[in-house]
Design a binder for this molecule. Structure first.
Ligand code: ADP
Ligand code: MG
Length: 550
């Protein structure tokens, strides 16, 4: 590596912007290895990419001894680097409250710290601002790296607490299965957020306290025994008056598939990794889904076991998302009445009498067979209809943000009151789909482009995938990861014979084996590891998707 970066930049002062390209390659700057990976073509293009490698960070070996510890420690260091670079134009993709595997920062298994940053090279008039660039790359970056990526300079207690918090969450989540639970909410957890656009914990919130009937104690490796509410497998209903905290509890369960930073309030709220939030999403595309479990027939006469539309209704969109989630391997469904299609969820006794030819099979008829026959549990927020009281194994009531168990009383009411007639039994098996990989190839249709447009939209080739209803996506970098995962699926994984579920297994195995490099393949881009469920959700919303053999 060359060691004259600052003087090189100063000598380029005033040169045409394109000469920044000559910086590509490795440099040694004030004890930090700096590699210019990609240089932006002009000052208005996305920032150049710079990798910093700190090989003598001096991290204690026990803090990078496992993959979970490395992910946590990297997240901690990256957050410190972001703080150190606040007020500069440098972009550090440290993420939100979720602790995800991110390409922006890694701690390797030999303790070396590697970060990748977006650095806008200064030159507003298409002329290199040499002195400014020399300060930014030659001083600001290495100073920030020394101040935040070296063990000697970080808050060591906070680093350890961060790693231990993440490790505990992983252990709590791993304990759910053997305890027959789908989720766990520790007593004292803070569930509500400040607002829909502010992920920080609500100040002055009532801490969570669970009912004694549902109280369980799990063992965390660092925190020791943790007591809280266990949400059992089967069908769980969350009831309660409006504004009493039902949706807030469900959203915490949705987020519980991820680990959270210390101070978030949800550090010890964990959900099975394959829990999937479902909702209605009218207008979405559906491509060859077997929705016959929920749609018996359609007025148009279209087949419902091979249903496609460019513009689904609320109910058919939710039916499609439900069977797609099961296909992708979901073992817990999370549903909120606030975002559900009513006619997909309920059909009460009086409406049964009035309408004899209803094509929709309400979820209330499928929710038990879904668990009994397919092992898929459901947690459902439902304050507006009593139809589910009789089919729920567990009924949790939220009252002024406090949870109590009202299962016995709910079952009494269900047994004594007027009841709806059961019209359907069982849950029909859904035939696995085989995707035509050519339909997934972003290069096949002209422009080669995979790029995240914020948290809600993914440009994939010539398609734009709307992800705004895929609620468990954490951030923009995860969307970028989803885009790369789709490209990887098309490029060899889905070969026209493996089913979609098998393809997702292969994808997970690749990610476990090679980390994010499996997605990036030498590229430098901010990506976070996506779950298979969000990859599947994006694929299912890709309007150009085609299946093999149809
Ligand atoms: P529901 O779904 O029962 O109608 P929400 O979950 O939407 O209720 O909560 C209603 C309001 O109460 C929200 O503004 C939420 O932030 C707030 N809230 C929820 N839980 C708590 C809590 N534990 N402490 C304080 N405020 C809370
Ligand atoms: Mg609600």
């Amino acid at each position: 590596p060359r060691d004259d970066l600052a003087s090189t930049l100063r000598s380029l002062d005033g040169a045409s912007y394109g000469r920044y390209k000559s910086l590509s390659g490795r440099w040694s700057v004030a004890g930090v290895q700096l590699e210019v990976l990609r240089v932006q073509a002009d000052p208005f293009a996305p920032p150049s990419r710079v990798r910093l490698t700190v090989s003598d960070a001096g991290l204690p070996a026990d803090l990078y001894g496992t993959a979970d510890r490395r992910r946590a420690l990297a997240s901690f260091l990256l957050r410190g680097l972001r703080r150190a670079l606040r007020g500069t134009p440098v972009q550090v993709d440290a993420g939100g409250p979720e602790v995800l595997e991110r390409s922006a920062g890694t701690v390797r298994d030999d303790g070396v710290v590697v970060v990748e940053l977006g650095v806008p090279f200064p030159g507003p008039k298409r002329r290199i601002l040499g002195r400014e660039a020399a300060t930014l790359l030659g001083e600001t970056l290495p100073d920030a790296a020394h101040a935040s990526l070296r063990w000697a300079s970080v808050d060591q207690r906070a680093a350890r607490a961060f790693v231990e918090t993440v490790e505990d969450a992983v252990a709590l989540r791993a304990a759910l299965g053997e305890r027959g639970l789908v989720a766990f909410v520790a007593d004292g957890a803070v569930l509500p957020r400040r607002s829909g656009v502010d992920d920080r914990p609500l100040e002055g919130a009532t801490p969570f306290s669970g009912p004694s009937e549902r109280s369980v104690t799990l063992e965390a490796p660092n925190a020791g025994p943790v007591t809280g509410m266990g949400v059992p497998e089967g069908v769980t209903l969350i009831v309660g008056g409006g504004y009493h905290g039902k949706s807030t509890l469900l959203r915490a369960l949705e987020a519980g598939v991820y680990d959270h930073v210390p101070g978030d309030g949800r550090e010890q709220v964990v959900t099975r990794p394959d829990a999937v939030k479902l909702r209605a999403e009218d207008g979405r595309a559906v491509i060859h889904d077997d929705v016959s479990a929920f749609v018996a027939h359609l007025p148009s006469g279209e087949p419902t076991d091979d249903f496609s539309t460019t513009n689904a209704s609320g109910s058919t969109s939710q039916a499609a998302s439900t069977v797609e989630a099961v296909e992708a391997g979901a073992d817990v469904l999370l549903i909120d009445e606030d975002t559900s299609a009513t006619n997909m969820m309920i059909r009460d006794a009086r409406m049964q009498q009035l309408i004899a030819t209803e094509p929709l099979v309400p979820f209330v008829e499928r929710v038990r067979p879904l668990h009994a026959e397919h092992g898929v549990s459901t947690v459902l927020v439902m304050g507006g209809s009593g139809d589910y009281l009789g089919v729920a194994d567990t009924v949790i009531m939220m009252d002024a943000y406090r949870a109590s168990d009202v299962t016995a009383r709910a079952h009494e009411i269900a047994a004594s009151g007027p009841s709806r007639a059961v019209e359907h039994t069982g849950f029909p098996a859904v035939a696995p789909r085989v995707v035509d990989p050519a339909s997934l190839d972003p290069t096949a249709r002209g422009k080669r482009k995979v790029s995240a447009r914020g948290r809600d939209r993914l440009t994939f080739g010539e398609d734009d995938i709307d992800l705004s209803a895929v609620e468990q996506i954490a951030d923009r970098s995860q969307v970028a990861g989803i885009g790369r995962a789709l490209a990887l699926l098309s490029d060899g994984v889905l070969d026209g014979t493996v089913t979609l579920a098998e393809g997702l297994d292969l994808l997970d195995a690749e990610l476990d084996r090679r980390g994010l490099e499996a997605l990036l393949d030498g590229r430098s881009e901010d990506v976070a590891r996506p779950r298979r469920h969000e990859v599947a959700a994006a694929l299912n919303r890709l309007r150009s998707l085609r299946l093999k053999g149809v």
